[in-house]
Design a protein around this ligand. Structure first.
Ligand code: ZN
Length: 312
């Protein structure tokens, strides 16, 4: 088995400097939370993305009015055109893992604000309001669970939390999960959804996560692990440019936006028309960047099949 970093490695601890365990004092969090409560607008009930409240909703894929309950009963997929609506990390766990088998790991790693960053609002405040809105502590959940009775290491990012971007906590949770999968010889499943890539609010500390997670994946691969990466809409930036693209098998949901920079940026940079369907799952399958397009209804079965096929 390949050497695996122990959690007490000093170099590694320096790299993981930001997700200081329990660094953010509870009192500090509470006081920011009160401030952020005051500046939230609209109703107090958390707004669900993807499938808005109400009996009917308009599908962004086909513009049809579809019955919300029917969409929900089809794992948030449009019954008319198979448009894949957003699903939260928690919903994804319910869809992919066997009931009640998910055991979360490293949720005690809490994000902090090492750069005292502020854009339209201070990052520290943004973190607290994102946590309240999504019920997550950061943009990824990691842990172990079962997929049709096969034990796996599992992670899912949630594009609702600061666009699913990877800061220090996302990177560290993923790295620890990958190391756990290496030690326990578990298949690794990471479901990615990130419009944000590397989280700019943590600057270079976010960028370092790309290297750290990729290095952990390299050791996992050397130890003979099976990594299935599942790309969902959207998977962009530093997430696409690191762990999401490194799967032994790369699955993608239909019509997901997958790429590094957005199409407008690329067009402005290189000054030519981009091909039709550029940066969609279908285009990327045709060009060999992903291995298979898997609908949400088939995802669980396809992952189980791949694990069996690879003898894991
Ligand atoms: Zn539709």
């Amino acid at each position: 088995m390949a050497p695996v970093h122990s959690h007490s490695d000093p170099a590694r601890d320096a790299l993981a400097a930001t997700p200081t365990e329990n660094l953010v004092p509870a009192a500090g969090v509470g006081s920011v939370a009160q401030e952020s409560l005051a500046d939230t607008t609209g109703p107090s009930t958390p707004k669900k993305r993807g499938v808005p409240e109400g009996l009917w909703l308009k599908c962004p894929g086909c513009a049809a009015s579809v019955y919300r309950k029917e969409v929900a009963s089809r794992l948030n997929v449009c019954p008319k055109c198979d448009y894949h609506f957003y699903v939260s990390a928690a919903e994804r766990i319910a869809q992919v893992l066997d009931d009640g088998t998910f055991e979360s790991m490293n949720e005690h790693l809490m994000p902090s604000d090492p750069l005292q960053f502020a854009d339209r609002r201070p990052y520290a405040q943004r973190l607290v309001s994102e946590q309240k809105r999504t019920g997550l502590t950061d943009a990824v959940l990691t842990g172990t669970g079962m997929i049709r009775a096969r034990r796996v290491a599992f992670a899912v990012t949630d594009s609702a939390f600061i666009m699913g971007s990877m800061g220090s906590v996302v990177g560290e949770r993923l790295a620890r999960l990958i190391e756990h999968a290496t030690l326990q010889n578990l298949p690794l499943i990471i479901i990615s959804g990130s419009g944000g890539g590397a989280r700019m609010h943590e600057g270079i500390l976010s960028l370092m996560q790309m290297a750290k997670v990729s290095a952990a994946l390299s050791r996992y691969a050397a130890a003979g692990g099976l990594y299935i990466s599942v790309l969902t809409n959207p998977t962009m930036g530093g997430v696409a440019a690191s762990f999401a693209s490194l799967g032994d098998l790369v699955f993608a949901e239909p019509k997901a936006l997958i790429g590094f920079a957005g199409p407008r940026t690329i067009k402005a940079t290189i000054g030519i028309e981009l091909p039709e369907g550029f940066q969609t799952s279908e285009f990327l399958l045709e060009h060999g960047y992903i291995d298979r397009i898997v609908t949400r209804q088939n995802l669980k079965s396809e992952i189980a099949r791949a694990i069996d096929y690879c003898g894991k």
